[in-house]
Design a protein around this ligand. Structure first.
Ligand SMILES: [Zn+2]
Length: 215
Protein backbone atom coordinates (compact mmCIF):
# COMPACT_ATOMS: atom_id res chain seq x y z
CA UNK A 1 0.00 0.00 0.00
CA UNK A 2 1.32 3.42 -0.95
CA UNK A 3 0.63 6.19 1.53
CA UNK A 4 0.73 9.73 0.28
CA UNK A 5 3.55 11.45 2.22
CA UNK A 6 1.39 14.54 2.60
CA UNK A 7 -1.19 12.45 4.42
CA UNK A 8 1.28 11.07 6.94
CA UNK A 9 2.52 12.86 10.04
CA UNK A 10 5.11 11.09 12.17
CA UNK A 11 5.57 12.30 15.71
CA UNK A 12 8.61 10.96 17.55
CA UNK A 13 7.91 10.78 21.23
CA UNK A 14 9.52 9.51 24.39
CA UNK A 15 7.29 6.48 24.44
CA UNK A 16 7.65 2.73 24.09
CA UNK A 17 4.49 2.15 22.10
CA UNK A 18 3.39 3.06 18.60
CA UNK A 19 -0.01 4.68 18.32
CA UNK A 20 -1.85 5.68 15.21
CA UNK A 21 -5.02 7.53 14.29
CA UNK A 22 -6.67 8.76 11.13
CA UNK A 23 -8.35 12.12 11.53
CA UNK A 24 -11.43 13.51 9.80
CA UNK A 25 -9.34 14.87 6.94
CA UNK A 26 -7.98 11.42 6.12
CA UNK A 27 -4.55 12.20 7.56
CA UNK A 28 -2.62 9.49 9.37
CA UNK A 29 -0.98 10.61 12.59
CA UNK A 30 1.60 8.17 13.86
CA UNK A 31 3.26 8.48 17.26
CA UNK A 32 6.44 6.41 17.49
CA UNK A 33 9.26 5.87 19.97
CA UNK A 34 12.35 8.03 19.36
CA UNK A 35 14.45 4.97 18.61
CA UNK A 36 12.19 3.48 15.93
CA UNK A 37 13.83 3.43 12.51
CA UNK A 38 12.12 4.10 9.18
CA UNK A 39 12.01 0.36 8.39
CA UNK A 40 10.10 -0.18 11.61
CA UNK A 41 7.60 2.51 10.66
CA UNK A 42 7.16 1.03 7.20
CA UNK A 43 6.61 -2.42 8.67
CA UNK A 44 4.01 -1.05 11.10
CA UNK A 45 2.12 0.71 8.32
CA UNK A 46 2.30 -2.42 6.17
CA UNK A 47 0.95 -4.56 8.99
CA UNK A 48 -1.99 -2.22 9.59
CA UNK A 49 -2.78 -1.42 5.99
CA UNK A 50 -6.30 -2.86 6.10
CA UNK A 51 -7.18 -0.80 9.16
CA UNK A 52 -5.75 2.33 7.50
CA UNK A 53 -7.63 1.65 4.26
CA UNK A 54 -10.89 1.28 6.17
CA UNK A 55 -10.37 4.51 8.09
CA UNK A 56 -9.43 6.34 4.88
CA UNK A 57 -12.63 5.11 3.24
CA UNK A 58 -14.62 6.35 6.21
CA UNK A 59 -13.01 9.77 6.11
CA UNK A 60 -13.56 9.98 2.34
CA UNK A 61 -17.30 9.67 2.98
CA UNK A 62 -17.27 13.08 4.57
CA UNK A 63 -15.40 16.18 3.82
CA UNK A 64 -14.51 17.52 7.22
CA UNK A 65 -12.27 20.13 5.74
CA UNK A 66 -14.37 23.26 6.04
CA UNK A 67 -12.21 25.63 4.01
CA UNK A 68 -13.59 27.59 1.05
CA UNK A 69 -14.10 25.42 -2.01
CA UNK A 70 -14.56 22.16 -0.06
CA UNK A 71 -17.66 20.17 -0.86
CA UNK A 72 -20.02 18.90 1.83
CA UNK A 73 -22.80 16.46 0.97
CA UNK A 74 -25.86 16.92 3.18
CA UNK A 75 -28.99 14.79 2.80
CA UNK A 76 -27.51 13.65 -0.52
CA UNK A 77 -27.02 17.15 -1.95
CA UNK A 78 -23.52 18.55 -2.49
CA UNK A 79 -22.76 22.09 -1.37
CA UNK A 80 -19.58 24.08 -1.88
CA UNK A 81 -18.36 25.85 1.23
CA UNK A 82 -17.89 29.59 0.73
CA UNK A 83 -17.35 32.55 2.98
CA UNK A 84 -20.30 34.61 4.16
CA UNK A 85 -21.12 36.75 7.16
CA UNK A 86 -24.11 34.64 8.21
CA UNK A 87 -24.30 30.85 8.00
CA UNK A 88 -26.85 29.91 5.34
CA UNK A 89 -27.59 27.78 2.30
CA UNK A 90 -27.23 29.98 -0.76
CA UNK A 91 -28.18 27.90 -3.80
CA UNK A 92 -25.40 25.34 -4.19
CA UNK A 93 -23.22 27.12 -1.65
CA UNK A 94 -22.96 26.76 2.07
CA UNK A 95 -21.98 30.17 3.41
CA UNK A 96 -19.98 30.16 6.61
CA UNK A 97 -18.14 32.96 8.41
CA UNK A 98 -14.34 32.92 8.43
CA UNK A 99 -14.16 32.81 12.23
CA UNK A 100 -15.82 30.12 14.31
CA UNK A 101 -16.56 28.16 11.17
CA UNK A 102 -17.15 24.75 12.77
CA UNK A 103 -19.55 26.20 15.34
CA UNK A 104 -21.45 28.04 12.62
CA UNK A 105 -21.63 24.88 10.54
CA UNK A 106 -23.05 22.86 13.45
CA UNK A 107 -25.67 25.57 13.94
CA UNK A 108 -26.60 25.37 10.26
CA UNK A 109 -26.67 21.54 10.33
CA UNK A 110 -29.07 21.65 13.28
CA UNK A 111 -31.33 23.99 11.38
CA UNK A 112 -31.23 21.83 8.22
CA UNK A 113 -31.76 18.63 10.24
CA UNK A 114 -34.79 20.11 12.00
CA UNK A 115 -36.38 21.13 8.71
CA UNK A 116 -35.68 17.88 6.87
CA UNK A 117 -36.50 15.51 9.75
CA UNK A 118 -39.74 17.34 10.58
CA UNK A 119 -40.73 16.91 6.94
CA UNK A 120 -39.68 13.24 6.66
CA UNK A 121 -41.07 12.16 10.03
CA UNK A 122 -44.34 13.98 9.40
CA UNK A 123 -44.77 12.40 5.96
CA UNK A 124 -44.17 8.84 7.22
CA UNK A 125 -46.37 9.42 10.28
CA UNK A 126 -49.23 10.70 8.10
CA UNK A 127 -48.94 7.90 5.57
CA UNK A 128 -48.79 5.06 8.12
CA UNK A 129 -50.82 6.63 10.94
CA UNK A 130 -48.08 6.90 13.54
CA UNK A 131 -48.49 9.29 16.45
CA UNK A 132 -45.50 11.09 17.96
CA UNK A 133 -45.28 14.04 20.29
CA UNK A 134 -42.46 16.20 19.01
CA UNK A 135 -39.08 16.23 17.32
CA UNK A 136 -35.82 17.29 18.95
CA UNK A 137 -32.45 17.82 17.31
CA UNK A 138 -29.60 16.93 19.64
CA UNK A 139 -25.81 16.83 19.70
CA UNK A 140 -25.79 13.34 21.21
CA UNK A 141 -23.08 11.11 19.87
CA UNK A 142 -23.46 7.41 19.37
CA UNK A 143 -26.86 7.27 17.74
CA UNK A 144 -28.65 8.85 14.86
CA UNK A 145 -32.04 8.85 16.47
CA UNK A 146 -34.00 7.76 19.53
CA UNK A 147 -37.58 7.64 20.70
CA UNK A 148 -38.74 8.20 24.28
CA UNK A 149 -41.66 6.52 26.07
CA UNK A 150 -43.61 9.74 25.76
CA UNK A 151 -43.23 9.77 21.96
CA UNK A 152 -40.52 12.42 21.63
CA UNK A 153 -38.26 11.59 18.71
CA UNK A 154 -34.69 12.88 18.88
CA UNK A 155 -32.24 13.04 15.99
CA UNK A 156 -28.56 13.87 16.06
CA UNK A 157 -27.78 16.92 13.90
CA UNK A 158 -25.18 14.67 12.20
CA UNK A 159 -28.09 12.97 10.45
CA UNK A 160 -27.53 15.65 7.78
CA UNK A 161 -24.58 13.53 6.62
CA UNK A 162 -26.90 10.69 5.61
CA UNK A 163 -28.64 10.51 2.26
CA UNK A 164 -32.32 11.38 2.18
CA UNK A 165 -33.23 7.65 1.94
CA UNK A 166 -31.05 6.81 4.93
CA UNK A 167 -32.49 9.67 6.96
CA UNK A 168 -35.96 8.42 6.09
CA UNK A 169 -35.01 4.97 7.36
CA UNK A 170 -34.01 6.53 10.71
CA UNK A 171 -37.39 8.30 10.83
CA UNK A 172 -39.23 5.05 10.07
CA UNK A 173 -37.14 3.22 12.70
CA UNK A 174 -37.98 5.76 15.41
CA UNK A 175 -41.66 5.94 14.45
CA UNK A 176 -41.90 2.14 14.65
CA UNK A 177 -40.64 2.48 18.24
CA UNK A 178 -43.81 4.41 19.05
CA UNK A 179 -45.56 1.06 18.53
CA UNK A 180 -42.83 -1.35 19.65
CA UNK A 181 -40.40 -0.12 22.30
CA UNK A 182 -37.85 -2.82 21.48
CA UNK A 183 -36.01 -4.41 18.56
CA UNK A 184 -38.10 -7.57 18.54
CA UNK A 185 -39.63 -9.49 15.67
CA UNK A 186 -42.78 -7.35 15.49
CA UNK A 187 -40.70 -4.17 15.40
CA UNK A 188 -38.61 -5.32 12.42
CA UNK A 189 -41.72 -6.58 10.63
CA UNK A 190 -43.22 -3.12 10.93
CA UNK A 191 -40.01 -1.50 9.61
CA UNK A 192 -39.90 -3.94 6.70
CA UNK A 193 -43.53 -3.33 5.81
CA UNK A 194 -42.71 0.35 5.26
CA UNK A 195 -39.19 0.00 3.85
CA UNK A 196 -38.67 -3.45 2.30
CA UNK A 197 -34.97 -2.77 1.57
CA UNK A 198 -34.21 -1.36 5.02
CA UNK A 199 -31.21 -3.68 5.41
CA UNK A 200 -29.30 -1.98 2.60
CA UNK A 201 -29.99 1.42 4.17
CA UNK A 202 -28.83 0.22 7.58
CA UNK A 203 -25.53 -0.92 6.10
CA UNK A 204 -24.99 2.45 4.43
CA UNK A 205 -25.68 4.21 7.70
CA UNK A 206 -23.31 1.99 9.66
CA UNK A 207 -20.46 3.03 7.35
CA UNK A 208 -21.09 6.62 8.32
CA UNK A 209 -21.03 6.09 12.08
CA UNK A 210 -17.48 7.48 12.08
CA UNK A 211 -18.77 11.02 11.62
CA UNK A 212 -19.90 10.87 15.26
CA UNK A 213 -16.26 10.83 16.30
CA UNK A 214 -15.24 13.76 14.15
CA UNK A 215 -17.82 16.46 14.44
ZN1 LIG B 1 -34.16 1.31 17.65
Amino acid sequence: MEIDAEKLTILRRDTTKISMRVNGKGEIVLCVPLSLRDEGIRAFLQKHQRWIARRMRESALFCLDFSDGSVLTLFGISYTIMSGAHPCVDGGALRLPKDGREKALICLLKHMARKKMTELTGAVADKYAFAFRRIRITSARGRWGSCSDSGTISYSFRIAFLTQDEAEYVAVHELCHTRHMNHGYEFWREVERILPDFDRLRKGIREKNAVMKWL
